[in-house]
Design a protein around this ligand. Structure first.
Ligand SMILES: *Cc1c(COP(=O)(O)O)cnc(C)c1O
Length: 441
């Protein structure tokens, strides 16, 4: 959400000669490296950066080669406004098949009555859901951004905060977890049309069933935004909101490990309203290459290996949290039930921004994050958010997580010491070499 100045200096050769194939006879059939070596070089540098650094950004992951292949396919070329069987373009026979496949798999995976796979992103999934459930000016309850809620849950700079009257709820000051009694009290007081539940930096189980009851009592609808935890939900390792929420939204690129995109699940009676809200409501042509990749992602998420992967994601997060704790760090809420570990750095006297920069300089990517009741503004923040989906995909296990925890402690306790930083940097390079990224291997 906040612009980041990269602290990493990339080793770019200063005199590099770029090549461009501008011959009309071969231009359209040239490889990227032949056609536009400057763009290709940047992409290669990014692949190299990913391969040689430890990615603890909780919202990121590494998609499989199959997902990348579907995403980079000829489906990029096809216009298909509308839905399977009712398109505004001809030539959609296979496009219909692939979208139906994605929809059927999403429904099966999440036991949902209806799925819309066209939303371009998690934010657009939320926009479509709000426009189905709300009128401008309606009152909505959502988790406060500074306690872990998302931009689309009522931020003043976002459409959600501009068009709807968001009443924020937060976590309990003592437990740093959702206090359902408090949420119920607020809901009965404000009588919102909608309660939004879901977060970007909340590390505890969310009781969707309880929230369903609260929404019922308050006469509100319930929207569950499971963008972060969808993969864990799909694996059956976190309670699913789908039964309890009128609409559930998600991204497909976080724990779910698919292409960058959005997903909406809802009850049958809302299906056509949700579909109409996405197209023609807020979008034009669907990104069919992304939809093909979503179909592959849903297939992958149904495999037994995926359940095992999510078990390891959770186990790695618990190991990371307890190791950091053992070495003197304060973990918000005292631990984690999911893939996120939120670290409060105030006891160390370091800001989230400084920690993020020091870690990036040695090859560990994390993001600064406010902690509940943070006295610092979001661009500085008192915490960092860590997540295990990406490193678990690479094959990191308990031993590596303990090493990562020690490296983090080292960097943060000697942010100014260049020699320690250099040692850590080498150790990270070495560790990364042992665990190639599957999509790049
Ligand atoms: C990531 C996220 C989104 C939106 O994701 P984009 O695809 O970046 O628009 C929505 N809600 C929550 C809770 C998220 O964490």
């Amino acid at each position: 959400m906040h612009p980041v100045r990269s602290g990493l200096v990339v080793d770019r050769q200063p005199n590099i000669q770029y090549h461009y194939d501008t011959d009309v006879k071969t231009a359209n059939t040239s490889s990227l490296a032949q056609r536009d070596s400057k763009a290709a070089t940047i992409l290669n540098l990014e692949a190299e950066r990913q391969a040689s650094t430890i990615n603890l950004i909780a919202s990121e992951n590494h998609a499989s080669r199959a997902v990348l292949e579907a995403q980079g396919s000829v489906l990029t070329d096809k216009y298909a406004e509308g839905y399977p069987g009712r398109r505004y373009y001809s030539g959609c026979i296979h496009i219909d098949e692939i979208e139906n496949l994605a929809v059927e798999r999403a429904r099966k995976l999440f036991k949902a009555e209806h799925a819309n796979v066209q939303a371009h992103s998690g934010s657009q999934a939320n926009m479509a859901a709000y426009s189905t459930l709300l009128e401008h000016g309606d009152t909505v309850m959502g988790m406060s951004l500074s306690h872990g809620g998302h931009l689309t849950h009522g931020a003043k700079v976002n459409f959600s905060g501009k068009w709807y009257n968001f009443v924020p709820y937060g976590v309990d000051r003592k437990t740093e977890m959702l206090n359902y009694d408090e949420i119920e009290k607020l809901a009965l007081e404000h009588k919102p049309e909608l309660i939004v539940v879901g977060a970007s930096s909340y590390s505890r189980i969310v009781d969707f069933e309880r929230l369903g009851h609260i929404a019922d009592r308050a006469g509100a609808k319930l929207l569950a935004d499971m963008a972060h935890i969808a993969g864990i939900v799909a694996a059956g390792l976190h309670p699913s909101p789908v039964r309890y929420a009128h609409v559930s939204t998600s991204t497909t690129h976080k724990t779910l490990r698919g292409p960058r995109g959005g997903l909406i699940l809802c009850k049958r009676e809302m299906a056509s309203a949700i579909d109409a809200a996405v197209f023609p409501g807020i979008q034009g042509g669907p990104a069919m290459h992304a939809i093909a990749a979503k179909a592959v992602c849903f297939f992958e998420a149904m495999q037994p290996e995926f359940v095992h992967y999510q078990e390891l994601v959770l186990e790695n997060a618990r190991t990371l949290a307890s190791e950091l704790q053992r070495q003197g760090m304060r973990i918000v809420s005292g631990g984690t039930d999911n893939h996120i570990v939120l670290v409060d750095l105030s006891p160390q006297g370091i800001t989230g921004r400084d920690a993020e920069q020091a870690l990036e300089a040695t090859g560990i990517t994390v993001n600064r994050n406010t902690i509940p009741f943070d006295p610092r503004p979001a661009p500085i923040a008192s915490g960092i958010r860590l997540g295990t989906p990406a490193v678990t995909t690479r094959g990191f296990g308990a031993e590596e997580m303990r090493r990562v925890a020690s490296l983090i402690i080292k960097v943060l306790s000697s942010a100014a010491d260049k020699r320690t930083q250099e040692q850590v940097r080498l150790e990270i390079r070495d560790l990364c070499q042992q665990f190639p990224i599957p999509g790049l291997a």
